[in-house]
Design a protein around this ligand. Structure first.
Ligand code: TPP
Ligand code: MG
Length: 326
């Protein structure tokens, strides 16, 4: 069993993910953030359970709903916030925004707004680790909607053939934008597809951070030992709309949203620790207040930081014309 200190750390990180999303939402409403938000509220146990079970050298690939994964893997909050706000100090110098970053210093292969687009990133990183014999494991986070992309099928088939040390963590939050998984997938659980790729697929409670941790640890140990890939279908739910401009209620029943809020991953771990006598309510309040204060500070600092200079517009682009246009 996980020790209390580690579980409290996981609780703190889940609160951090939530506080970060709430701050982004506020900045988005004030037009202080560019692009859009894709709130991770409700899904925190997946990112935190997975990343807490990984080693620093391990790698993750993320997607549009990625801020939670990036924080859980160890991002610098200031640099992340700057990127979300289009600032020079951001991970992509303010050019990529929330959906387009990458930084190998903390094992983050990158994210993109192209659904399913980063699944091959993690698969390729796992192939590289296998060739080098470096014992790294790569994780690809992906949504239920990404499961219907061709490139995802190609990558998973490849991982099955080569027994790659990769873990596919599918966050089944029951919707892809406004379309329910029942309407877009012909089988009950996408994890069943893993059999067709030649590796193990499991359906787990994605709101139970300790379970997500334990299953990731097993999958990582298996991958490091040469046992190949694992697919984890984590059942979870996004509390908010698909993006900042979507209230999320036109295509989902209020009762459904409320029922999932009762299964809040933060509340679950908090109540468990309290029942065991390992946490007091006052301590929880203190942790929460400290985390929210930290995020507030980060946002203030990011808002006061410089924008990329104008000359920067033609830097870091793949192609530019030397011809002057009149
Ligand atoms: C290749 C591609 N097709 C369509 C879109 C539009 N799109 C953006 S997010 C999204 C839904 C993704 O759903 P899912 O993978 O379940 O992730 P979630 O938003 O639920 O976290 C779609 C269809 C896109 N960005 N990229
Ligand atoms: Mg989804």
């Amino acid at each position: 069993m996980l020790d209390t200190a580690k579980r409290k750390e996981m609780l703190r990180t889940m609160i951090k993910l939530r506080a970060f999303e709430e701050k982004l939402e506020e900045l988005y409403q004030k037009r202080a953030m560019y692009g859009s938000t894709h709130s991770y509220r409700g899904q925190e146990a997946v990112a935190v359970g997975v990343c807490s079970a990984l080693e620093p050298k391990d790698l993750i690939a993320s997607y549009h709903r990625g801020t939670g994964h990036i924080i859980a893997k160890g991002a610098d909050l200031y640099r992340l916030m700057c990127e979300c706000m289009g600032r020079l100090d951001g991970y992509s110098k303010g050019r990529g925004g929330k959906m387009h970053m990458g930084d190998l210093s903390f094992g983050f292969l990158g994210n993109t707004g192209t659904v399913g687009g980063t699944v091959p990133f993690a698969t390729g990183a796992a192939l590289a680790a296998q060739i080098r014999g470096s014992k790294e494991v790569a994780v690809s986070f992906l949504g239920d909607g990404a499961m219907n992309q061709g490139v995802v099928h190609e990558a998973m088939n490849f991982a099955g053939i080569w027994k790659l040390p990769v873990i596919y963590v599918c966050e089944n939050n029951l919707y892809a934008m406004t379309v329910s998984v029942e309407k877009s997938v012909a089988i009950k659980h996408v994890a069943e597809r893993a059999k067709g790729y030649g590796f193990e697929g499991k359906v787990i409670d994605g709101n139970d951070v300790e379970l997500v941790y334990a299953e990731t640890l097993k999958a990582a140990e298996k991958g490091r030992a040469g046992g190949g890939a694992t697919f984890l279908e984590c059942l979870t739910y996004r509390w908010d709309g698909h993006f900042g401009g979507d209230p999320g209620t036109a295509y989902r029943a209020k009762e459904e949203i409320e029922a999932w809020k009762q299964r809040c991953p933060v509340k679950r771990l908090k109540e468990k620790l309290i029942a065991e006598g390992n946490l007091q309510s006052e301590e929880f309040e203190k942790i929460t207040a400290a985390v929210y204060a930290e995020i507030e500070e980060v946002a203030k600092k990011a808002q006061a930081s410089p924008m990329p200079p104008k000359e920067f517009e033609l830097e870091s682009v793949f192609a530019k014309s030397e011809v002057a246009h009149g």
